[in-house]
Design a protein around this ligand. Structure first.
Ligand SMILES: N[C@@H](CCC(=O)N[C@@H](CS)C(=O)NCC(=O)O)C(=O)O
Length: 239
């Protein structure tokens, strides 16, 4: 019988969903190998990467030949398949449904609205050298603010985490997304009280500061990693 192949993830830590997956793997100490895919260098468009993900996006997971895309599906697969603490994605149906409720909402609200602000404020000006399109940015910021208001009134009402009293995968997805636009400047909606409180709670649960990692990740001058492959053998959270 062929030997089982180790879990492998293809990531660029500039990407919000990749960071959520990376933090989950670090916090749960699941042995895995990271293959770095530098989006800025177009490494997601190579024939080799397109072979494993024809959509040319990160993250991608390969578990003993089983290829899976979409951060949400990958994260939930890992916590279902492996022996990780139950709080990440509780088995109790109502508690699990609360996580699914947020993650469904996340992909239509938090993610697109936070990502749009980052695109207009940081990415497009950096890529094109053009000034920020102020009117579009004002619109995007107000949409993000509205999403944060809903996040607070619907999910964070009277509880420290999005889905209850303990951290779940929903918090990782949310915090990684909300840290991204804050790279664009201070006084941002993403640094508002609900976002900061969630980040504080999540950071203390993960035993590390989540934000400095993200700040480093969005700095354009961040040097490329020397090695394209990194092995993580049950190492604790590293940043
Ligand atoms: N819904 C996907 C989104 C994946 C995604 O959009 N990844 C971005 C980085 S954040 C990407 O790979 N972009 C490359 C491209 O679109 O060219 C997920 O949650 O995994």
């Amino acid at each position: 019988m062929a030997a089982r192949q180790a879990l492998q993830v293809h990531l660029d830590l500039l990407s919000q969903p990749c960071r959520a997956l990376h933090i989950l793997l670090a916090c749960t100490r699941l042995p895995h190998t990271v293959r770095h895919v530098a989006l800025r260098r177009g490494e997601h468009r190579t024939p080799e990467f397109t072979e494993i993900n024809p959509m040319q996006k990160v993250p991608v997971m390969v578990d003993n030949g089983f290829i899976l895309t979409e951060s949400d599906a990958i994260i939930k697969y890992l916590v279902n398949k492996y022996d990780v603490p139950d709080h990440w994605y509780p088995r109790q149906p109502e508690r699990r449904a609360r996580v699914d409720e947020y993650t469904a909402w996340h992909h239509t609200h938090t993610r697109p609205h936070a990502a749009k602000v980052f695109l207009l404020e940081v990415l497009l000006p950096a890529q094109t050298g053009s000034p920020v399109e102020e009117q579009r940015l004002i619109g995007a910021l107000s949409q993000l603010q509205e999403t944060l208001d809903q996040l607070e009134s619907m999910f964070l009402r009277r509880q420290p985490f999005l889905c209850g009293d303990d951290i779940t995968v929903a918090d990782l997805l949310a915090v990684c997304e909300l840290m991204q636009p804050e790279g664009g400047g201070a006084g941002h909606p993403a640094g508002s009280p609900p976002a900061s409180a969630l980040e504080e709670s999540s950071s203390s649960c993960c035993g590390r500061r989540l934000r400095p990692g993200a700040r480093r990740a969005v700095r354009p001058e961040r040097p490329a990693p020397r090695q394209a492959v990194t092995s993580h053998r049950g190492a604790g959270p590293a940043d």
